[in-house]
Write a protein that binds this ligand. Structure first.
Ligand SMILES: [Ca+2]
Length: 336
């Protein structure tokens, strides 16, 4: 939500969610900062679905409209946890209790960004704060049941004065490595924070203890901080219905590991492209492990790397392109 104003009047907006019956109504207000300037603030709320579909209505309720506009951008709906999943196993996954539950090394910091910037609560984890070298890590171990499938999700953003890439590597280890997922994000500018869609994956435990580790893999962290918030891990119910792969891909929240039967007979489908300029998502089934890259071009001649994803096994992968909308833009996908 944002306000473009030549005054400091207030703008109001309601967010209404209804399913089979009304679910929730949230009201938000912001004041302009004047001078024809724009002010933005992230607004987040949660709701419990009561059916297979829901309708979100965003309604301008401002009583003042002279020399002031109410703005809206980057509206997204994501799963808190999959239907029927068990309780969150991560202790202090939102960093609201600083490092409690986490082992940290290298350049990391807990920072208070406030509820309009963090995706859950007001604190978050920041890598290479103050232009210290990248390479910092945080990790946490928790009890798991071998053979059980777990769903892991977290939010990633970059924060800098100028647009610059930052990246984080998630690894999940039991008695061996279970998952490796890299996410690269490019912040906008002027320290505006635009979070990625939740990075979601599944893994199957092979030990009674499992460790998740986030490593800052940013190549050049000068002038950009990598932000992480709201790490959560939920056990999925025994699969009597949809497979973990179907669950994860139906939510479109990120790459997923596939069950063994899926691996033996990969289904190759064309990539899909959804979204609007400035918030595009390219999804595809990666038929084999490898590093997949998304590149963009305005003229089919010069190509620019936008994002790379390390897939450690076959599964769905999702690229996100948040660069400002262009009049014409081409995408290509490759595997290294
Ligand atoms: Ca938090």
């Amino acid at each position: 939500m944002g306000v473009l104003a030549f005054n400091t009047q207030q703008q109001k907006m309601d967010a209404v969610v209804s399913g089979i019956s009304p679910i929730t109504t949230k009201s938000y207000s912001m004041n302009g900062i004047g001078g024809g300037n724009v002010k933005w603030a992230n607004q987040t709320f949660r709701f419990a679905a009561d059916g297979s579909s829901a309708t979100l209505t965003l309604r301008d309720r401002s009583s003042t409209t002279s020399s002031i506009d109410l703005l809206l951008d980057h509206v997204r709906v994501a799963m808190v946890s999959p239907p029927g999943a068990g309780a969150d196993l991560v202790r202090n996954g939102s960093f609201e209790s600083d490092y409690s539950g986490w082992l940290a090394s290298g350049s990391t910091g807990i920072e208070i960004y406030g509820t309009s910037a963090a995706t859950d609560g007001s604190r978050l984890l920041s890598f290479n704060v103050g232009n210290l070298p990248s390479g910092g890590t945080v990790s946490q171990s928790f009890d798991t049941v071998p053979g059980t499938t777990y769903w892991i999700a977290y939010d990633v953003a970059a924060n800098g004065l100028t647009p610059k890439a930052a990246s984080v590597l998630l690894t999940v280890r039991g008695s061996s490595q279970l998952l490796s997922r890299s996410t690269s994000v490019i912040g906008p500018d002027n320290y505006r924070i635009i979070w990625s869609m939740p990075q979601a994956s599944t893994f199957v435990a092979n030990s009674t203890r499992t460790t998740i580790t986030f490593t800052d893999t940013t190549v050049d962290g000068g002038g950009v901080d990598l932000l992480i918030d709201w790490v959560r891990v939920h056990p999925l119910a025994p699969q009597s219905g949809p497979s973990p792969a179907a669950l994860s891909s139906s939510t479109q929240t990120g790459s997923s590991t596939l069950s063994t039967t899926d691996e033996s007979s990969p289904i190759v489908t064309p990539p899909t492209l959804i979204g609007v300029p400035g918030a595009m998502r390219v999804s595809l089934f990666a038929p084999q492990a490898g590093i997949y890259v998304l590149e963009t071009s305005m003229n089919l001649n010069k190509w620019v790397l936008q994002q790379e994803i390390h897939a450690d096994k076959p599964g769905m992968i999702d690229f996100e392109d948040r660069q400002p909308g262009k009049s014409r833009l081409f995408y290509r996908i490759g595997r290294r």
